[in-house]
Write a protein that binds this ligand. Structure first.
Ligand code: AMP
Ligand code: MG
Length: 405
């Protein structure tokens, strides 16, 4: 057995970010910026009103009830370049530029308007505004030279808005990795088909396709192939030709009919590992025609644990993410989490519950590597170092799992 960190280091030694691409903002969500985006003009670009109301001189409203003549209306999108004369006020809408001459905006709710005998509109101001009231000054969000979005940012929806706001229509990001997912095993049938004697549904492919997508990949479903060397070889070569990485499940352990192992040993440059973890001890990683291949174990829970430890960070590295690992959470285990000393790190499926002073982790159910029900119920994987486990009330690190689709 090799330590987990050695296996992780081996994987990372063979992975590098894909070449960056320039993409329209609409296509960039989830992708990682490759350089700092520096602001070239103030945001907002001009002083503008935070409310619908009247723009005026604050010192012309010394007391509630002061009246001013409405001389103009400034809507959002107007240039707002006509000065307001002394004694005047401009009706102004949210986001409209504050015209020259005025220094405050009073919200419409604090005003009343009447028309006098000369047909002039007069606004009576019911509240004394401080200078600057309800004005959003130019540059109060970002100023020229500020870094709007640093290099290495995984773009979330709000980042796209920010990039548009600073004037960009496209952004340079790490390319979205294309990842192929392959299931292998004579016992497997596609989901929904009656399995027949001795056979089971192929569940891993669905899970791994969804996990790859959640990790930020464009996923290619390479299908399900039986334990047949020619078919496995064809599927792997197809994957290596079309993808930036290939994820397989099954056929990497000590079984008799493991064609994945036989084929990869022949056509790829692989390392076969027994990693000191439970579940997911068997793991293979290497390059096929220069394309990384993650050979995950077949047991459904093992494949997910192996994915989380090796493939997910690997995909994030390909995507250019400088922090490819999930942040571990710290939780209390009120019931403790038992284990025996066996030289391995155990990854225990746990639920997480929020309490007043942090998170509480409890076993999500039966912990067999074939038992998907506890994995499905789990919010995370509790990391139990080798030893006798966590006593009741002890602290434990938890690797969060994707909660949603
Ligand atoms: P293997 O690593 O191929 O020996 O498979 C180990 C265990 O995982 C066996 O019980 C397989 O039936 C099961 N298994 C392998 N691949 C899948 C899959 N795609 N979906 C569900 N179970 C699988
Ligand atoms: Mg198999």
């Amino acid at each position: 057995m090799i330590p987990l960190e050695d296996a992780v280091a081996h994987v990372r030694s063979l992975l590098a970010p894909l070449a960056p691409v320039e993409l329209p903002l609409a296509d960039a969500v989830g992708l990682v910026t490759v350089h700092d985006v520096v602001v070239t003009a103030p945001v907002p670009p001009f002083d503008n009103s935070a409310v619908d109301g009247f723009a005026l001189r604050a010192d012309e409203v010394p007391a509630p009830g002061a009246e001013l003549v409405v001389t103009a209306t400034v809507a959002a999108g107007d240039p707002g370049d006509r000065p307001v004369p002394p004694g005047g006020a401009a009706r102004i809408m949210t986001g409209a530029p504050v015209p020259p001459g005025v220094d405050a905006v009073v919200m419409v709710e604090d005003t009343t308007v009447r028309v006098d005998g000369d047909g002039r509109e007069l606004v009576s101001v019911g509240r004394v505004p401080p200078a600057g009231a309800n004005i959003r000054p130019a540059g109060d969000d970002l100023d020229t030279g500020d870094v709007a979005v640093p290099a290495g940012t995984s773009l979330r929806p709000a980042h796209l808005g920010l990039l548009a706001t600073v004037g960009l229509g496209s952004v340079r990001v790490g390319r979205r990795p294309v990842v192929g997912v392959l299931s292998t095993g004579d016992e497997l049938v596609p989901p929904g088909e009656p399995p027949g004697p001795g056979r089971i549904p192929d569940s891993n492919r669905l899970v791994l396709v969804a996990l790859c997508a959640a990790a930020g990949a464009d996923v290619v479903d390479l299908g399900l192939v039986g334990d047949d060397e020619a078919a496995v070889e064809a599927a792997l070569r197809d994957g290596a030709a079309r993808c930036d990485a290939v994820v397989t499940s099954g056929g990497v352990s000590m079984g008799e009919f493991d064609p994945v192992k036989a084929v990869l040993a022949r056509i790829a440059d692989m390392r076969w590992m027994q990693v000191a973890i439970k579940p997911a001890k068997p793991f293979a990683f290497g390059l096929l025609d220069g394309v990384p291949v993650f050979g995950l174990p077949g047991n459904p829970v093992s494949s997910v644990v192996s994915f989380e430890l090796f493939a997910r960070p690997g995909i994030r590295i390909l995507a250019g993410d400088p922090a490819p690992d999930r942040t571990r959470w710290s939780a209390t285990a009120p019931d403790g989490l038992q284990r025996r000393r066996d030289g391995k790190i155990h990854f225990v499926r746990v639920t997480l519950e929020r309490v007043a002073d942090g998170w509480v982790a409890r076993s999500a159910g039966s912990q067999g590597s074939h038992q998907l029900s506890a994995l499905a119920a789990a919010d995370g994987l509790a990391v139990l170092p080798d030893g006798d486990g966590i006593g009741p009330g002890g602290r434990v690190d938890v690797l969060p799992l994707d909660a949603g689709p």
